[in-house]
Design a protein around this ligand. Structure first.
Ligand SMILES: Cc1cc2nc3c(=O)[nH]c(=O)nc-3n(C[C@H](O)[C@H](O)[C@H](O)COP(=O)(O)OP(=O)(O)OC[C@H]3O[C@@H](n4cnc5c(N)ncnc54)[C@H](O)[C@@H]3O)c2cc1C
Length: 372
């Protein structure tokens, strides 16, 4: 059983809901249509503290545990999954790994501005030839004097072009860690680093997804995050934690789709429609309890690999299932590309892919449950 929300979580959820209703919902249609955020929305997210939730106040963050982060992400995603995804990636797979593995000086240089919301973070692991199997990445770095020289490319990187810090994974070509992957902290504007392509996606439109190029990018040795050669386990650890956040984003889409189903059924309360509503409600509540359970375990310092994978898998599938029902019940209007049910269906379809596909969650969970 998940714990009841505490007053801090309740307050975060309320603030996120109020913000989402006032500042995101009115823009949601144009964000999807234009595949862009208005310039000041990120600044307003920062001002409201949503870029610092779950990050320690000692480093400029707003505090709050995983339950608070999940509540914020769900409420933001209920209005716009694209906005929530920006925040989820920034917190869960960029700022929090720096908090966990960074040195004091890395925290001062990178975590503080991220936690204060002055900077945006990104996480760059996936490449054109390496997605689920991250060990196959081809991005490389070599040593040249006191510097690391990075060469290669990344694909499908959220916040990639506008992020101020890009946590980048590459393998060493020389030295004692040759062939092993390390995590590197890269600043936007470093010579040789470019984002040549913004990808035009089916869903999560408005969330920036980029191809990134590293053409002999020179970094100081202290750009290495965590131990050199241990980047793959760092990446997988970050993704394990991040899964709770991305599950909460999918849950927000499920909730928004449920809102559409409920509206349609209240307008036409036939028994067949009521039974759809009942099943949507049951799935939604079950998915939320999995997110809360995973977050509770993480907050208590207990292992949460199974619970995180189960939450990601269930929330992605639930969002898709309910969004399909929202389209069904929405009639012909819902078949229009810009309709809310259609948008939710497109957003929902992307969640089974991001931060570990459904098949990969099945593998992780199946291994854990069978005692491996
Ligand atoms: C909107 C969006 C945002 C993203 N943001 C980021 C980001 O910020 N940073 C980042 O690094 N990446 C990001 N990604 C990339 C994402 O993590 C990858 O797309 C994902 O890991 C899958 O990789 P792939 O697309 O290369 O598919 P592949 O790994 O090639 O998989 C193709 C298919 O095969 C299945 N499959 C693969 N291996 C197995 C297996 N062993 N067993 C069973 N089935 C398998 C998969 O489930 C999938 O259905 C993003 C992707 C999207 C769509």
């Amino acid at each position: 059983m998940a714990e009841e929300p505490n007053p801090v979580e309740v307050a975060w959820r309320r603030r996120a809901r109020e913000f989402a209703e006032a500042s995101i919902l009115p823009l949601q249609r144009s964000i999807d249509r234009d595949d862009r955020f208005p310039a000041d929305l990120t600044a307003r997210l920062a001002e409201a503290g949503f870029l610092g939730v779950g990050l320690p106040s000692d480093w400029g963050g707003r505090g709050g545990n995983t339950r608070c982060v999940a509540a914020v992400l769900e409420e933001l995603a209920r209005a716009s999954a694209a906005v929530a995804t920006l925040v989820s990636v920034h917190i869960s797979v960029c700022a929090q790994p720096i908090e966990r593995w960074g040195t004091e000086s890395q925290k001062e240089a990178f975590l503080r501005p991220l936690a204060q919301g002055r900077w945006i973070g990104a996480f760059a692991l996936t490449e054109a030839g390496a997605g689920s199997d991250a060990a196959r990445i081809a991005c490389r770095y070599r040593r040249d004097g006191g510097e690391l020289v990075l060469l290669g490319s990344k694909m499908f990187i959220t916040n990639g072009a506008s992020a101020d810090v890009i946590l980048t994974f590459a393998a060493a070509v020389d030295g004692p860690h040759s062939g092993r992957i390390s995590a590197l902290l890269l600043r936007k504007g470093t010579p040789g680093f470019t984002a040549p392509q913004r990808l035009d996606k089916l869903g999560l439109r408005g969330s920036e997804t980029n191809e990134l190029l590293y053409d002999d990018v020179r970094l100081p040795v202290n750009a290495l995050l965590g131990e050199e050669g241990h980047g793959l386990s760092l990446a997988l650890g970050a993704l394990t934690a991040g899964r709770v956040g991305i599950a909460a984003c999918a849950l927000g889409v499920a909730q928004a789709a449920y809102d559409e189903v409920e509206r349609a059924v209240r307008a036409d309360p036939q028994d067949r429609n009521r039974s759809t509503l009942a099943r949507a409600y049951t799935r939604l509540v079950a998915a939320r309890s999995l997110v809360e359970r995973a977050a509770d375990r993480r907050d208590r310092g207990q292992p949460f690999v199974r619970e995180g994978s189960a939450a990601k898998l269930a929330c992605s599938e639930t969002a898709l299932w309910i969004a399909e029902r929202a389209v069904d019940l929405g009639g012909v209007d819902a078949a229009l590309a810009g309709s809310r049910p259609a948008q939710l269906l497109r957003d929902a379809r992307v969640f089974p892919i991001v931060e570990g596909t459904t098949e990969i969650q099945e593998l992780i969970l199946g291994r854990a449950l069978s005692g491996e």
